[in-house]
Design a protein around this ligand. Structure first.
Ligand code: GDP
Length: 295
């Protein structure tokens, strides 16, 4: 994961290894390389610049830990700052309602259907949860079939209404079905399009309004880098969503989306997808991710 970024940061932080103390010059030299590594990983220029400015201030400040060598100190400062940038604390999903409604949003191909299944499976394994999956992609019959396949695979019921072209009506009926059948979590998979457009945004906004979900999640393909961040902004403006799901982190992603999305939309990354299989879902821990990035 993020091999290129890890390598570059490692090289940048090596600059200080031989130095006896932190100076303006060696900090500037190191942070120039750190900034370059972040930008190469597709982190927005402004975010990368602010990041290194904050690390610089701490490195040259009065409160630096004198017990650490310059190399170790800089690794610690960069790690702390990366953790902060990715959200700091772990933020879980809130499914305390009965039923709790979870609405998936995002572009076509981002991984909504796969993640809907993964989340249903994750919650089902908690024993206290009985999820229901609801298929609201009225444009692609194959998407409905795909959700049924996923549901069969994990042993979770799927509510669908093939032929009904009104996603708001399906979502509402799905929630009613859950109530009538003792399901305490309803996961609503919606249609996405290839790019942000008005029709899709109106549709998801209408579903959102009709079912008032406890959790609205934005699912995004981490391989799309800066685009992921821009799409997140567009969806957040309409939905004011509760959290981000970063998919395909197992692929050849550079890492920019994971690092910058939180600071752009100010919403936490809640889960990551690390493969096509139903078990390949992880709660997102900012500090663990920072550890992985810095090796
Ligand atoms: P949707 O259009 O948003 O519902 O996206 P899908 O759930 O159909 O996913 C699109 C493609 O991405 C499918 O081939 C999935 O198997 C794949 N996919 C989804 N999540 C992941 C992931 O975390 N890692 C990998 N490698 N592939 C994924």
């Amino acid at each position: 994961m993020f091999d290129n970024l890890s390598d570059k940061l490692d090289k940048a932080l090596h600059i200080l290894k031989g130095h006896g103390q932190i100076t303006e010059v060696n900090v500037a030299e190191t942070l120039k390389e750190v900034r370059r590594a972040l930008i190469d990983a597709d982190v927005n220029y402004k975010i990368a610049k602010e990041f290194t400015a904050r690390v610089k201030e701490k490195a040259l400040g009065q409160n630096v830990l004198k017990s650490l060598k310059p190399g170790q100190l800089m690794v610690k400062l960069v790690k702390d700052e990366l953790t902060e940038l990715m959200g700091g604390e772990v933020v879980g999903i809130n499914v305390s309602g009965n039923p709790s409604v979870v609405l998936m949003s995002g572009l076509q191909g981002s991984g909504k259907t796969t993640f809907s299944g993964k989340l249903a499976n994750f919650l089902k394994n908690k024993k206290t949860k009985k999820p229901l999956l609801v298929a609201c992609d009225v444009y692609r019959p194959a998407a409905i079939d795909q959700l049924h396949i996923v549901g069969d695979q994990i042993g979770v019921e799927v509510f669908s209404d093939k032929g009904n072209t009104d996603p708001v009506a399906i979502a509402t009926a799905g929630v009613a079905h859950a109530k009538a059948n003792g399901c305490n979590v309803v996961i609503i998979d919606t249609a996405g399009r290839l790019a942000v457009d008005e029709v899709m945004m109106n549709e998801i906004a209408n579903i959102h309004k009709a079912i008032t979900p406890q959790e609205t999640l934005f699912v995004v393909d981490s391989m799309t880098g800066q685009d992921a961040v821009n799409t997140a902004k567009a969806f957040n403006d309409i939905l004011n969503f509760d959290g981000v799901i970063l998919t395909k982190l197992d692929g050849d992603t550079r890492g920019g989306a994971a690092i910058s999305i939180k600071s752009v939309v100010n919403k936490p990354i809640k889960f990551i997808g690390t493969g096509e299989k139903m078990e390949e879902i992880d709660v997102f821990y900012p500090s663990r991710m920072a550890d992985r990035i810095l090796g």
